[in-house]
Design a binder for this molecule. Sequence first.
Ligand code: SF4
Length: 197
Amino acid sequence: MNLSKIRTGVYVCHCGTNIAATVDVAEVANFAKGLGGVAIARDYTYMCSDPGQELIKQDIQELGLNRVVVASCSPLMHEPTFRRACEEGGLNPFFFQMANIREHCSWVVDDRSQATSKAKSLVAAAVRRVHHHNPLTMRQVEMTPAALVVGGGIAGIEAALKMADAGKQVYLVEREPSIGGHMAQLYKTFPTLDCAA
Ligand code: SF4
């Protein structure tokens, strides 16, 4: 997409003091204002709170944002929250990118200036990345819960047995006439001296 058409909102979360005690969040937000395509950059105490999500929705509608970046915690924790906020604001939820400045930054870097500098880099990368996102729609499809294991050596056999024990249908494929791989060529195994075959 042409950069002149990009309008990105960047939201830098304090997470109370979890992030703000180590990262200069105001400086990161100021830095983000200077990045290409950024229309607004704010820092806020708790981005996942209702008022935090409301900020995003309002900005999408009032400022015509077409990309959103939240710099906060791990996407494992709140990516669905912010995608939903984008959607409720009227934006495709996949025009969103999260930068993890808590687990990857304030929780692991002690020095404030280094933590702030790393947070800026992560935000800059997220802003660049979100430019390239495409609108996506989610759909559910029927699937067959079967697995194909390629290679009937000891690892393949073990993997196939584990999945079969878990109730899955498993197809084990081996190019040689028999399974067992290198293991089957051994005479005895250490330390029990069991027959390898
Ligand atoms: S979005 Fe994540 S980093 Fe921000 S307040 Fe919520 S849990 Fe903390």
